[in-house]
Design a protein around this ligand. Structure first.
Ligand SMILES: Cc1cc2nc3c(=O)[nH]c(=O)nc-3n(C[C@H](O)[C@H](O)[C@H](O)COP(=O)(O)O)c2cc1C
Length: 283
């Protein structure tokens, strides 16, 4: 079976040091193609993306930075979604992560940046419309040759490599019963792709309850992330990223499904219900 998506999800890691080389024209045109296609999320919000070459703003009063979190920063992808729209952050997370998976397959590095940039400055690099919001950006380019000291420190502080166990994240019909890989069956790989997804502060706020062919997605808020960023809900972007990993890896295995709100599903205390996925296949 062709497992390009799963392989790219496993290979992706946040890159915070870039080579200063210009991207060749062929890569740039591939990036443009990816940025201008498949921009509608599973919940119906249209996203819009553009590529910024920070070199072309060198003599202009626009501050395109990441407060020093990224070194060798030259190309940046920014995007928008409609402010306040239902499940807008989830759609933005889904759509940009699908592109990030494609960029990873092209050998390009990326790093979700949700906190450390000035949205008003990046808004100056496009025709910005009222009612739009820039939820997050990512640098894009060839990874720098050696991971820098700063990157190693950030990765260490964010405990970037560690992920929660299955038993903390996935449940079998009820919260008192953790879902095992065996019980997850053909969905085990897709759930593992959720588990290894990137998230703001590596907080991993996604929780899933499996009920047969239905998977209920919840957000277990991490107070630190919530209080740091007031304008954009980064943890709802995290949910969109996880949903992309789940959906895209299942599709690769030939399983499709539908996201919709499940009626009257009891929401565990302190969690926020996001959506439910129903797989179409006969057992
Ligand atoms: C929505 C979102 C926002 C993020 N914001 C930042 C950020 O502002 N600065 C940063 O250095 N990393 C940021 N990250 C990257 C995470 O710290 C990183 O994904 C996590 O530590 C896991 O590491 P990995 O991506 O290498 O697997 C963000 C990730 C996500 C998903």
């Amino acid at each position: 079976m062709n497992r390009h998506t799963t392989e790219a999800i496993k290979a992706r890691t946040s890159i915070r040091k870039y080579s200063s080389h210009e991207l060749p024209g062929k890569k740039l045109s591939e990036i443009f193609d990816i940025l201008t296609t498949e921009n509608e999320g599973p919940f119906g919000n249209m996203c819009r993306f553009w590529l910024i070459d920070s070199e072309s703003y060198r003599n202009e009063p626009v501050k395109l930075g990441t407060y020093g979190f990224i070194s060798g920063l030259r190309y940046i992808i920014a995007g928008t979604v409609t402010k306040g729209a239902h499940l807008n952050m989830e759609d933005y997370g889904y759509v940009l992560e699908r592109k990030i998976i494609q960029f990873t397959r092209m050998g390009l590095g990326t790093c979700w940046i949700g906190g450390t940039f000035r949205r008003s400055e990046y808004a100056k690099t496009t025709t910005f419309h009222d009612g739009e919001i820039i939820p997050a950006i990512t640098p894009i380019g060839f990874p720098g040759e050696k991971q820098g000291f700063r990157e190693r420190v950030i990765k260490y502080l964010a405990r970037s490599k560690s992920r929660k166990e299955w038993s903390e994240l996935f449940f079998d019909r009820t919260l008192s019963k953790p879902l095992t890989k065996e019980a997850a069956g053909i969905f085990a790989n897709a759930l593992e792709m959720v588990r290894i997804a990137p998230s703001a502060n590596n907080a991993q706020p996604w929780r899933i309850i499996k009920e047969g062919k239905q998977f209920h997605f919840f957000l277990a808020r991490n107070k630190v992330v919530k209080e740091s960023y007031k304008t954009v809900d980064l943890q709802r972007i995290d949910l969109g990223i996880a949903i992309a990993h789940f959906d895209l890896s299942l599709r690769e295995e030939g399983i499709s499904g539908l996201f919709q709100t499940a009626n009257k599903f009891p929401v565990p205390e302190e969690w926020t219900y996001i959506t439910s996925y129903t797989a179409f296949f006969s057992e």
